[in-house]
Write a protein of this length. Structure first.
Ligand SMILES: *Cc1c(COP(=O)(O)O)cnc(C)c1O
Length: 423
């Protein structure tokens, strides 16, 4: 193996031997610890992407690491041809943690979404009596649910779709944060589910009206349609509550507080479910929905493996024991307050939005300009890593183990860089 001695050397290798399916910032990372990342040259950064919210618990969390190392030396994979002694305890733990009867374990987020779509269709035919091949699933404009052929079939991101057709049928796309549009679409024959992100992360942290998800659930329930919440990015404490569908409740676990909580019929989790150690995703639902899946009808070689199960339990324990939802809520308020002051002062920063520690600053320049990219390059030089999305939006999502002093220091860095661009 080649030993990497410089960032340039690593970048050259990736460019030469790897498919160019990403456009990374020119930083080569070699180590992570809590809220920090370190590059090949040893420079230290605050991580404000958290691997798209997969490392909510911070990089290389010692408790998750311990669980992983222990299990890796004991039993990693058996396939589901046999039972294993970690899966049952994990299934009990995660279903109680989030308040659902049953779970279907998968690996990546996209697989979780695919699983939910398949369950919803099957439920529609078998429980709702939808005629064969007529099932329809409503989705929102500017959604991001992953990269499989079916998932990009209902995306409206041309870059994600172009020349990947033909596409999967059976989806209806409506504007996000628009209950009337949902009510209208729900009248279509054969509708079985509405798949939605409680906050659209990839689209640029679009935060809907406070009561959007509650009203969506009511509208779906009135028509006997399933509400599927994709909380792969928003879930597991990121937005200042255990789930974004918890609304304004930031207690330590699942509590079903009447006034704030909206229970989806299916909940999709991924990313931080393993604290960034291992791909672990899950679809949670009650028995009346989950029971439509019978042996041989869906699965995955790695889904529900003992290593993933053990890691996921540890990752969820950390979220609860370290009160990460409460911390995300508290630091998120500070962050948006500081960013709002910055927005008021420097016209180059147009607005700040978000919830908990999932926030974005919109840069006052065209999405085609390189301004947000240049700001991110400068942020990196100043020791803070963030990535632009959709041209002029910068997402700020640090690990949730950050302290108050650290978030202030980070706001100082962001403000300094923004002030340099305000010419
Ligand atoms: C990241 C993400 C996915 C896809 O997860 P992968 O693990 O990359 O397949 C799906 N939905 C949302 C909301 C996401 O943020």
């Amino acid at each position: 193996m080649v030993n990497i001695n410089s960032s340039n050397q690593a970048i050259e290798l990736e460019n030469k031997y790897g498919a160019h399916n990403y456009h990374p910032l020119p930083v080569v990372l070699a180590k992570g610890e809590g809220v920090y990342l370190f590059d090949v040259e040893g420079k230290k950064y605050y991580d404000f992407l958290s691997a798209y919210s997969a490392v909510n618990q911070g990089h290389c969390h010692p408790r998750i690491l311990g669980a992983m190392v222990e299990q890796a030396g004991t039993l990693t994979l058996t396939s589901r041809a046999f039972y294993n002694n970690m899966l049952g305890p994990y299934e009990k733990y995660i279903t109680e943690y989030f308040g659902f009867d049953m779970v279907l374990p998968m690996n990546t987020g996209a697989e979780g979404v695919e699983t939910a779509l398949k369950i919803a269709r099957k439920w529609g035919y078998e429980k709702k009596g939808v005629p064969q091949n007529k099932a329809k699933i409503i989705v929102a404009e500017n959604n991001f649910h992953g990269r499989t052929t079916t998932i990009i079939s209902f995306s409206n991101d041309e870059n994600a779709r172009k020349n990947f057709g033909p596409f999967t049928e059976g989806f209806i796309r409506i504007p996000y944060n628009n209950i009337e549009a949902l009510q209208e679409a729900l009248k279509t024959e054969g509708v079985v589910a509405f798949l939605v992100e409680p906050i659209q992360g990839e689209a640029g942290v679009y935060t809907p009206d406070e009561n959007y998800i509650r009203l969506a659930k009511e509208a779906c329930a009135a028509q006997g349609v399933l509400l599927i919440a994709d909380e792969i990015q928003t879930g597991i404490a990121r937005t200042g509550s255990l789930l974004a569908v918890c609304g304004n409740c930031s207690c330590e676990g699942h509590c079903e507080r009447q006034e704030t909580y909206t229970k989806p019929d299916m909940l999709i989790l991924g990313k931080a479910l393993s604290g960034g150690f291992y791909p672990v995703s899950a679809v949670l639902a009650d028995k009346a929905v989950m029971e439509v899946i019978k042996p041989g009808q869906h699965g995955s070689t790695f889904g529900g493996n003992p290593l993933g199960a053990k890691v996921a339990i540890a990752a969820l324990e950390v979220v609860r024991d370290e009160k990460l939802a409460q911390n995300a809520r508290k630091l998120g308020r500070i962050f948006r307050e500081r960013m709002q002051q910055m927005v008021d002062k420097y016209p180059i920063a147009k607005l700040v939005r978000g919830k908990g520690l999932l926030n974005a600053v919109v840069i006052n320049d065209s999405p085609d300009s390189s301004t947000a990219w240049d700001i991110c390059v400068s942020l990196a030089e100043h020791g803070l890593l963030a990535k632009p999305t959709h041209g002029n939006i910068i997402r700020f999502a640090p690990p949730l183990v950050m302290t108050e002093d650290q978030i202030h220091e980070c706001c100082d860095i962001i403000e300094k860089v923004i002030s340099n661009f305000n010419k």
